[in-house]
Design a protein around this ligand. Structure first.
Ligand SMILES: *Cc1c(COP(=O)(O)O)cnc(C)c1O
Length: 368
């Protein structure tokens, strides 16, 4: 059976380092907001190429707290992709603002500036470009539009740790970025975790307060904040994984290369499109097929585990049942939801695993 993802393999590869970190933190007697968290924040800020990193409890909070710190709330509109993980939208909903979905480029599945420009209204305050599947958004034209309209560009970098756009890292491309350290992400903890990266000192300070009951100094609560922190153990684990991130992303790229080379000429199978100048990190390897469900069933029968990211477009999710967006039409998002299929990819799949997946896909194509 070829698993979609084997998280234990990541633990086993660096077991002695993780185990040392576990003992170091447990013996320190200090478990929240301490030296490990501070060290990770510095290391991750410098990895991304920004001045500040503020860790929080998860990626959803990273996005939501940044919107809140930027004073975005009820009556405001935030532009989001119609095709994304629902957390991007929920962050906007969480602060009481309205998500305004924009259709992606059908080739890259990412937001493009042409569609964004049409969606801007006098109420628009921010844009959340998502580097979906680990592929950076073409950000420069979006930054240009944002500066014309005075909008915040908040990257959703949950799937793109380490990715580069014209030599700049994801996390340093907009005014701020929300990251997730959910275990399955490219830089995943062994629990939930998240962070905001930014070079805006005031924004960072605001988020730093908001995540810790609105206080910078213990028991002086300046803002009605929340509790959104990672613990010292996770920070220590993330420091270890960060040191291996580029290498592990390079292994994902090798898996992607095998897929791209072996599946090139399969009829009706659409492979990821790679624009120039972008260095994706292959969080997911997503193909499209008009008979997606049959292909998935065939692969399951041949012991290859696949997933769908995502089967229900956000505007059709129960969470937005009563929202105005539910009645709108987003044909590209709807079509993607019906045709996308994520193949196994990780730093721990062997070449043999991936070749087996390719053979199964070829066998499916022959039967068509
Ligand atoms: C995972 C993810 C999030 C949310 O991160 P959590 O840590 O699970 O809250 C947000 N946006 C995207 C695109 C994601 O993939």
């Amino acid at each position: 059976m070829i698993k979609f993802l084997d998280l234990k393999a990541a633990y086993l590869e660096l077991k002695s380092e993780f185990d040392d970190a576990y003992h170091r933190v447990m013996n320190s007697g200090w478990y929240l907001l301490g030296q490990e968290t501070e060290a990770f924040e510095q290391e991750y800020a410098s990895f991304c190429g920004v001045d500040h990193c503020v860790t929080v409890a998860n990626g959803l909070d990273a996005l939501g707290l940044t919107l809140r710190a930027a004073n975005i709330g009820p009556g405001d509109e935030v532009i989001v992709p119609s095709h994304t993980f629902i957390a991007t939208w929920l962050a906007v909903t969480q602060v009481g603002a309205t998500p305004v979905p924009v259709e992606p480029d059908p080739a890259t599945y990412n937001l493009n500036w042409v569609a964004i420009e049409r969606a801007i209204s006098p109420k628009t305050r921010a844009i959340i470009p998502v580097h979906l599947y680990g592929q950076p958004v073409e950000i420069d034209p979006i930054l240009e539009i944002a500066s014309q309209h005075n909008l915040l560009v908040l990257e959703d970098a949950a799937q793109s740790q380490g990715a580069c756009y014209k030599g700049r890292r994801s996390g340093a491309l907009g005014h701020a970025a929300g990251h997730s350290f959910y275990p399955g992400k490219n830089l995943g903890a062994f629990s939930d975790g998240g962070a905001v990266t930014t070079s805006d000192a005031a924004l960072a300070e605001n988020i730093r307060k908001l995540r810790n009951y609105g206080s910078q100094v213990k028991y002086y609560h300046e803002l009605p904040g929340i509790n959104s922190r990672i613990d010292e153990l996770q920070a220590a684990f993330l420091r270890i994984k960060l040191r291996h991130l580029d290498e592990w992303n390079a292994r994902r790229a090798r898996v992607a290369d095998i897929y791209c080379n072996s599946l090139e000429s399969i009829p009706n199978l659409v492979l990821p499109h790679l624009p120039e100048g972008l260095k994706p990190v292959w969080h997911l390897f997503v193909v499209r097929h008009p008979k997606r469900d049959e292909l998935q069933e065939f692969l399951t029968a041949h012991e290859v585990q696949t997933l769908i990211h995502y089967p229900i477009p956000c505007h059709h999710a129960g969470a937005y049942r009563d929202a105005a967006v539910n009645k709108q039409d987003f044909p590209i998002a709807t079509e993607l939801a019906e045709t996308v299929l994520s193949l196994p990819i990780s730093p721990h799949h062997s070449e043999t695993d991936i070749t087996t997946v390719c053979q199964a896909i070829k066998a499916f194509a022959v039967g068509q």
